[in-house]
Design a protein around this ligand. Structure first.
Ligand SMILES: [Zn+2]
Length: 333
């Protein structure tokens, strides 16, 4: 199959077109932030911190998975910017044992409070099983993540916002890599109107299928009625910081983070990821991380050859079977 000569997107990627040089339309059309744009965002972020710091609660609520990107984001927020961090861990039932050790160690050593939120496993099993076997989301949503990841991240985002609203925390942070989220959305004021709109993409279809028992995991009408002045600013600092995967792993390893050995190559925390990737590739014929990896390659933070290996590597059968067994579904090899 043809692959873009600049990034890693394959000919099977939705909406892709190649020019005579074999370069895809996404490489042609998506601007890559230069150092001055990153600097401008860093300054905007620092200005924001001056007005949001030390308001009596935690300064920032971080969606923390224990993986490399959110661990590095934790380090930046707690040490480089000296913020009071509350790390919220969403335990989806598939967090690697080593990732849990990392979560405890890194939050302790970086001086962050940690809250682990774990829905009952039977509920997660039901939700992931539905996400694996049904067309819940719009095809556009699934260009950038698997149905299972979209489900989990949707719940994480909702719990992060609910918690920030109830604790009056002025900032919420995510460790999105520069390939996962563009710099244009790196500093965004949240608000009820946008939130209601975003409910249509994940919350509403998911509750429609799984039922009302999922409602407590998403924003309620009472949450949406919270005064605008209490809604946090959403940040993802890796978009405007220097991002180099090897350098990030080296930095956090020096602080005691240990790379899990039981996860697939595209995750440093989740044991469900291999199954999620496998099902997505079987259905759509492209890797659910292709979009993210293409973005990182385009930004110059990863060699194209390294990215090509990542998007073409077959999932480990044992990992796929392990997760499928826990969910009680057929991986369909
Ligand atoms: Zn491309």
């Amino acid at each position: 199959m043809i692959t873009c000569s600049k990034c890693v997107l394959p000919g099977s990627f939705p909406g892709i077109q190649f020019d005579e040089e074999g370069v895809c339309n996404y490489c042609r059309n998506i601007p890559i932030p230069d150092s001055s744009e990153k600097q401008a965002h860093r300054e905007k972020f620092e200005t924001l911190l001056r007005s949001k710091r030390s308001m009596g609660s935690f300064d920032v609520l971080l969606a923390y998975s224990g993986g490399k990107d959110s661990t590095y984001t934790l380090y930046l927020l707690a040490k480089q910017y000296n913020l009071k961090v509350l790390a919220l861990v969403f335990d989806n039932g598939f967090i690697s044992g080593q990732a849990m050790v990392n979560i405890r160690h890194m939050t302790d050593s970086l001086g962050a409070a940690c809250m682990v939120f774990r829905p009952p496993f039977d509920l997660m099993k039901k939700v992931f099983g539905l996400a694996a076997g049904h067309d819940i989301y719009s095809p556009k949503t699934l260009d950038r993540a698997s149905s299972i990841c979209t489900t989990c991240i949707g719940m994480v985002k909702a719990m992060v916002l609910k918690t920030a609203l109830s604790y009056h925390i002025p900032l919420v942070a995510f460790g999105w890599s520069p390939g996962q989220a563009p710099i244009s959305s790196a500093i965004m004021q949240t608000n009820p109107r946008l939130q209601k709109f975003s409910h249509r993409s994940v919350r509403d279809p998911l509750i429609g299928l799984a039922g009302d028992e999922l409602k407590p995991y998403f924003l309620s009408d009472a949450d949406l009625a919270v005064d605008q002045s209490h809604w946090p600013v959403n940040i993802h600092p890796l978009a405007f910081m220097d991002y180099d995967e090897d350098a990030i792993v080296e930095k956090i390893s020096s602080l005691g983070w240990v790379k899990p050995k039981d996860t697939d190559p595209n995750s440093t925390n989740c044991l469900l990821n291999a199954l999620a990737n496998h099902l997505h590739r079987k259905r759509f014929n492209f890797h659910p991380y292709a979009w993210e990896i293409a973005g990182i390659v385009r930004s110059g933070s990863m060699d194209r050859s390294q990215g090509i290996v990542k998007v073409n590597e077959e999932e480990d059968r044992d990992m796929v079977n392990y997760a499928a067994g826990l969910l009680g579904i057929d991986p369909g090899f």
